[in-house]
Design a protein around this ligand. Structure first.
Ligand code: NAP
Length: 309
């Protein structure tokens, strides 16, 4: 019987591991399908405190893992497919090949940015295709970029990108934004933003180095096709929280599938089950907020175990 199982190895998961390991709880971390989480797919991280020169995303995640393992965290590279709470208050988790028992569980499985499903997306991530303007915007100074989407994220990202880019195309599949009025007005009033209405990207075009050089656009009303020269596409068509495996647990999710936190930070509606990071946060979605929330989950799990000893 484990004291605590942490599912997920992004910033929230590793921070929860560091704290629970230092509290002598001997945590077991299950990596999930993308070890290191979203930061493992980014390049330089310039906004994580403590790294004035910036740090590469995979390096930062490697250091977090090292720090967690230094205090005795154990890691298994598998994926949890189901989780149930037993009548005695403990939890049973199942992967493809193994079953685990734990007194507490911290879910830190993150969220995956939604993509369009075009063929070369995977290869382009980090080479001109991203879902995080805060992370990558500053790399695209004085060059044209595009944002895809029409919600608050797209409006916010496009507005933010005007600080760096020479021009920001805002490609939306309809002719009005879904974003709140204030954010929509702000983005559309910005002279650097050029909306491309009723349109979708049908192909990402690359240069000889495999980097983004243009996007092929189709107007959904007229069928007309065109090309936009650009160096980066920021996809802001929503995120999908990684909570599919929680079906049947009875955990409270909001209408978009995010875990609803309760109590003082990282609790859920199920006692002994905690959630941290992007799996429960559709607002901030930052490495540092996920790490802070992972710390909260660890402290709450520790208190829960102390109260139930
Ligand atoms: P969202 O509100 O779900 O908007 C997603 C956008 O992407 C929509 O405009 C949608 O088009 C478009 N879209 C979805 N699938 C698409 C596809 N396959 N192809 C092309 N376009 C597609 O997501 P979000 O903007 O990430 O916001 C999520 C939540 O966070 C919202 O509640 C939002 O208010 C909140 N948020 C708040 C702030 C803030 O207040 N500062 C900032 C960011 C996010 P349609 O409009 O045609 O459906």
């Amino acid at each position: 019987m484990e004291n605590v199982i942490i599912i997920g190895t992004g910033c929230a998961g590793w921070t929860a591991a560091i704290y629970t390991a230092r509290a002598n709880l001997n945590p077991l971390v299950i990596s999930g399908s993308l070890p290191g989480g979203q930061l493992s797919t980014t390049t330089e991280v310039e906004n994580f405190p403590g790294f004035p020169e910036g740090v590469m995303g995979p390096e930062l995640m490697g250091k977090m893992q090292q720090q967690a393992e230094k205090f005795g965290t154990r890691v298994e590279y598998s994926q949890i497919n189901s989780l149930i709470k037993n009548t005695d208050g403990t939890f049973t988790l199942k992967s493809d090949s193994q079953e685990y028992q734990a007194k507490t569980v911290i879910i830190a499985t993150g969220a995956s940015p939604r993509h369009l499903g075009l063929p070369n997306e995977k290869e382009l991530i980090g080479k001109g295709l991203t879902s995080c303007a805060t992370c990558d915007g500053a790399f695209y100074r004085d060059v044209p970029v595009a944002v895809i989407g029409g919600g608050d994220s797209a409006a916010e990202e496009a507005t933010f990108l005007t600080r760096f880019a020479s021009k920001v195309y805002l490609v939306h599949r309809r002719d009005e934004l879904r974003a709140s009025k204030i954010m929509a007005d702000r983005v559309l009033a910005n002279p650097k933003v050029e909306p491309v209405w009723d349109s979708t990207v049908t192909e990402y075009l690359t240069n000889e180095k495999g980097e983004m050089r243009a996007a092929k656009i189709k107007n959904l009303k007229t069928g007309e096709e065109s090309e936009l020269e650009l160096e980066c596409v920021f996809v802001a068509i929503g995120h999908v929280p990684n909570t599919q495996f929680l079906e049947g647990t009875g955990i409270d999710l909001d209408e978009n599938g995010y875990i609803i936190q309760q109590g003082s930070g990282a609790g859920t509606n199920i006692e002994g089950l905690f959630a941290a990071g992007d799996v429960a946060d559709h607002v901030y979605r930052q490495a540092i907020t996920a790490a802070g929330n992972g710390c909260q989950a660890a402290l709450e799990a520790e208190r829960y175990l102390a109260d139930h000893e």
